[in-house]
Design a protein around this ligand. Structure first.
Ligand code: URA
Length: 233
């Protein structure tokens, strides 16, 4: 075993250089009070609160009058990955949170398959109130809520935006396309000051009806995983 003579300061410095360790003779002050910042910026909190209040103040919307709760978002508002679904269903309406029912359970599994969970991403919907009988939102309803969802994206400012299903795709990418053509590709988009890479994939509720499509969704999930690694998210 090599005996290290640490009583000689020169030898000690050389030893630390050798092991690539520059801590001891570094002039930088040590901040012993540095805390890991798990909090989101005050700006973001304020902007999200403001947006929530604006949506809550919508008048003359039958979706709002028929719903129990407004469903705004869930997850980590600091995340660089945002997912957008269609609209709340009955469980979401009861709990006031997106994707907590059966489709949500599958979404959780999809996220877990690429080492993500809802604490690491941020989730919202195109529409914030449950459409009666879980019907698809009408074009008029989508138009009414679209400015809010765009603002929501701008505030969260994700680097990766995952659109789950055709309602989210049509609302944010355009009506003239179908999922089978768009999925499997990254689309660069801007929402206000947010520049983001968008990927469209199948909605978990659709995958429950068409399990054969899960293999395509797996391709999309791997693309998200690889992008996340590339962007060091
Ligand atoms: N389906 C959605 O699109 N969103 C939800 O929040 C739940 C189910």
């Amino acid at each position: 075993m090599i005996k290290k003579n640490f009583s000689n300061p020169i030898k000690l410095i050389n030893y630390y250089k050798l092991i690539n360790h520059n801590l001891i003779y570094n002039n930088n002050a040590i901040n012993r009070y540095k805390k890991v910042n798990f909090e989101i910026s005050a700006d973001k909190v304020q902007n999200l609160e403001k947006l929530k209040k604006t949506i809550l103040s919508i008048k003359y919307c039958s979706l709002r009058s028929n719903a129990t709760n407004m469903v705004f978002g869930d997850g980590n508002a600091k995340s660089k990955i945002m997912l957008i679904g269609e609209a709340p269903g009955s469980n979401e309406d009861q709990e006031g949170l997106p994707f907590v029912g059966r489709a949500g359970a599958l979404l959780d599994k999809m996220l877990a398959s690429i080492n993500l969970d809802r604490k690491k991403v941020y989730i919202s919907n195109i529409i914030n109130y449950r459409p009666p009988n879980n019907r698809r939102p009408t074009d008029e309803e989508i138009k009414r809520y679209l400015p809010f969802v765009k603002k929501h994206i701008e505030i969260i400012d994700p680097k990766i935006l995952v659109l789950l299903g055709s309602t989210a795709m049509n609302a944010l990418i355009g009506n003239e396309t179908v999922i089978s053509k768009v999925r499997g590709n990254w689309i660069e988009k801007e929402f206000g000051n947010c520049r983001t890479s968008v990927i469209v994939t199948f909605h978990p509720a659709f995958l429950m009806r068409q399990p054969a499509q899960k293999k395509m969704a797996w391709i999309d999930l791997k693309m998200i995983r690889d992008k996340k690694t590339r962007l060091k998210i």
